[in-house]
Design a protein around this ligand. Sequence first.
Ligand code: DGL
Length: 271
Amino acid sequence: MTKNQPIGIFDSGIGGLTVAKAISDLLPNEQLIYFGDTAHFPFGDKSEEAVKSYAEGIATFLLQQNCKAIVVACNTASALAESYLSAFLPKDVLLIDVIQPVAAFLNSSTFRRVGVIATKGTIGANVYPQKINALNPDIDVLSLATPLLAPMIEEAFFNNSISQSVINQYLSQDVLKNIDALVLGCTHYPLIETEVQQYYQQSGQVVAIVNSAKVVALAVQNQLLQLSLLSTNKTVNHHFYVSDYTDSFEKSTKVFFGNQLKLEKQNIWEG
Ligand code: DGL
């Protein structure tokens, strides 16, 4: 691997852009190749076999783009397909998921009752409690599947009274009572972070919101540094691919990357 090869990043849709943006802010010399598998969105309701096969197809595409590292910017794929991908990828390609860096962050924090909201796939796989408790058995992890949120966000349907009511409905569940931190365990959720904060402010609870995007970007920086693979590029030309074109994807990508963005349709699933 060489320093100036790109970093591949993928998700089922726009969620991974929250991670891509954090990486591009922290590491502006890195070229990013983003793949949003919009043809298969949402991953959160799919079987483990399906998510593994999507992840393998996307990783194969990113390897063809000569990526030195692959960031699984999707909690569902991190939960269901990370070990599969790690066995599948060549050993010199750095693989970074979005769950392990959050577990390490929580271990270094003082939080001891931590809520996690995520897709059904992520919660069902139980990977957050496993990874957090492997580092620190004293942290109570309280998990709640919130399957309506990612489709709502992918459609850019938030910051309105209906989204606030769906969010309130989920966050007021008993399982999340008396938490001191809430992990946004889906990369789509940073887009509703303000609404989540509003819920806690209005209900008078002090809960820290853990948004994994920055934590993951720092993990990418540390691991590339350790391998002497941080880029020295002076200018970078990111690429954003989707497996199926959607208007809402294009709008959301512009919010993050403005005019830098040219959306390219790449159906890796056909012929
Ligand atoms: N952004 C994804 C995650 O972090 C997946 C949402 C979905 O496709 O269901 O889990």
